[in-house]
Design a protein around this ligand. Structure first.
Ligand code: AMP
Ligand code: MG
Length: 415
């Protein structure tokens, strides 16, 4: 670190890792549950294991179009001639028994007829009228899908704590199950604070800014499937804030505010939180988002996010989202998606805070690198919109040279 650049540290600031631990250690899943139809389980969290009431697949069946044969009939040296005695379609099984020297024409998904134990794909078979010639080299039991090979009867098909995505809905349906038990939705109240914050739909007075934080939070919370209580904009007035906190805490499991949590003269959020409840920390070694308060009032968990629009999203994704998932009952929490790629540009940084810059992944053939997505000011929301990942620079990092590897967290994932 160059001597003329002081480390970017402050007293009482908590590291990103410590803050995550404090948060996740102090919250637990909500206890209510409900029964919902399969489709309504999308995005919901299973409250109990889903036990397979049947085998999936239900029967041994063919993985290919071809012929069901008896492995013992097949010659290892030359072609084997077999007599085709019937056909098995998916949903229309062959009802007879395959005897010695016999085969059954079979389609993908059709149940394996009694007596047969091996499927020979049609492409390698020569057929003449009702006789086929099977070349050597077939393996006993090949091209079969066994009953219960996907989900065995009585096994745990999905564990409690699983959040249902498209694959889980299909899996539940594949078991013939119409309803599952999921945890109740998390109730999240949120409001913006600031005398200068104006709601959309009317002209701005001098010095005002439109409220964007309530909309980013609406988006992020909706995607998590929370029940939302949008409480609008609350002025920088202790009495109004106290009322808002009281209402929010009586109605919601989680209260999220933005703004007013710094050390300015109109920043009342932290004091209000500690007067009405308790504050575990309020200063983080993070950029953007140094002021962020975490605490509780009664049973409600509080996140006092910073006011700057980018800082809201950074702190939401780094701290709030996993906390909400944990309260929703998700277990285990999804592993953080980090990977290292070379940084295409130089980045200036002072040691002291963990910095979440907005990045854009660059792809050249199979090689990925990352660059900065536009201006990095904590009020420049466009950088979030243009970015597709965070570039995560740890606390002790003192800057990045072009070509140096950096950690990135992509914004989107499959599933
Ligand atoms: P504060 O932490 O209250 O000092 O806010 C920091 C900066 O974020 C100020 O420039 C605020 O005007 C801005 N800000 C606070 N809340 C919002 C909001 N809801 N929407 C847009 N900007 C906001
Ligand atoms: Mg403010």
């Amino acid at each position: 670190m160059p001597k003329d650049r002081p480390a970017d540290t402050e007293r009482n600031q908590v590291s990103v890792a410590a803050a995550r631990r404090i948060i996740l250690d102090s919250i637990s899943p909500v206890s209510g549950w409900e029964r919902v139809a399969v489709r309504a389980a999308l995005g919901r969290v299973l409250c109990e294991d889903v036990i397979a009431p049947c085998n999936v697949p239900a029967h041994d069946n063919s993985a290919m179009d071809g012929y069901a044969v008896r492995a013992a009939d097949l010659s290892a040296e030359g072609d084997t001639a077999l007599h085709v005695v019937g056909t098995a379609f998916a949903g229309q099984p062959f009802s007879g028994i395959v005897g010695a020297g016999q085969a059954v024409r079979i389609m993908t998904g059709a149940a394996i007829p009694e007596g047969a134990d091996t499927i020979v794909v049609q492409e390698v078979v020569r057929r003449e009228a009702d006789r086929i010639f099977v070349p050597p080299g077939q393996k006993a039991g090949q091209n079969l899908r066994r009953a219960g090979e996907d989900l065995p009867l009585g096994g745990v098909a999905l564990a409690a704590g699983t959040r249902c995505g498209p694959a889980e809905l299909g899996l539940i349906a594949s078991l013939g199950i119409a309803e599952v038990t999921v945890r109740r939705r998390l109730r999240v109240a949120f409001f913006s604070t600031g005398d200068e914050i104006a709601s959309i739909g009317r002209p701005l007075a001098p010095g005002q800014v439109y409220d964007s934080n309530r909309y980013t939070l609406f988006g992020a919370l909706s995607r998590l499937g929370c029940e939302l209580l949008d409480m609008g904009v609350v002025p920088d007035d202790p009495a109004a804030l106290e009322d808002a906190f009281r209402d929010a805490c009586s109605a919601a499991d989680v209260v999220i505010t933005s703004g007013g949590v710094s050390v300015g003269e109109a920043d009342f959020i932290r004091d209000m939180m500690s007067r009405m409840g308790e504050v575990a920390f309020w200063k983080l070694a993070i950029k953007p988002g140094r002021p962020m308060a975490f605490g509780r009032i009664g049973n409600a968990v509080l996140f006092g996010l910073p006011g700057n629009p980018v800082a809201v999203l950074v702190t939401f994704y780094q701290f709030v989202q996993d906390a909400l998932l944990q309260m929703m009952g998700v277990s285990p929490l999804p592993a953080p998606q980090h990977f290292a790629v070379p940084c295409a540009v130089a980045i200036r940084k002072q040691p002291g805070r963990c910095e979440f810059m907005r990045g854009k992944l660059l792809r050249e053939g199979a090689r990925l690198s990352v660059t900065l997505a536009g201006a990095q000011g904590s009020g420049v929301l466009r950088s979030m919109s243009e970015a597709d990942c965070f570039i995560v620079l740890p606390e002790d990092c003192g800057g990045i040279e072009p070509g140096e590897p950096v950690l990135v967290q992509p914004f989107s994932g499959l599933v």
